[in-house]
Design a protein. Structure first.
Length: 124
């Protein structure tokens, strides 16, 4: 079993949820709005504004990038569904612009259903 942790753009949440459901991945947990940034040092929209000589874009340029609002998905899957889950998330969220997100795959030792005490992959 694995835990797929995906950080995605907020506006891609509904499309991601629908695509995962269509792929047979129906269980997930999503957090509310979280803030973060990747390795990039400049906001792509601000840079585009600078290229177009927009004065308001120049005022936003600074030494540190701003944190972007994002959504975090936690998806526990069996080993045979890991690649399907990753491929589905990438397919929906990939754009030519920076900031599409990140996916992390973590080992998951066991799972427990609180209501019944069942364990293992059968409860996924």
């Amino acid at each position: 079993m694995k835990m797929v942790l995906a950080i995605i753009r907020i506006d891609k949440m509904n499309a991601t949820k629908q695509a995962l459901t269509a792929a047979g991945i129906t269980s997930m947990t999503a957090t509310g709005k979280v803030f973060g940034r990747g390795k990039g040092t400049w906001d792509a929209q601000v840079l585009e504004g600078v290229k177009q000589d927009m004065p308001e874009a120049l005022t936003h340029l600074g030494k540190e990038p701003r944190l972007r609002p994002q959504r975090v998905l936690n998806i526990a899957v069996s080993d045979h569904n890991v690649q399907l889950t990753i491929d589905t998330i990438i397919e929906v969220n990939q754009t030519p612009a920076p900031g599409d997100g990140k996916i992390f795959v973590l080992p998951l030792d066991d799972t427990y259903r609180v209501r019944t005490g069942e364990t293992g992959t059968t409860i996924l």
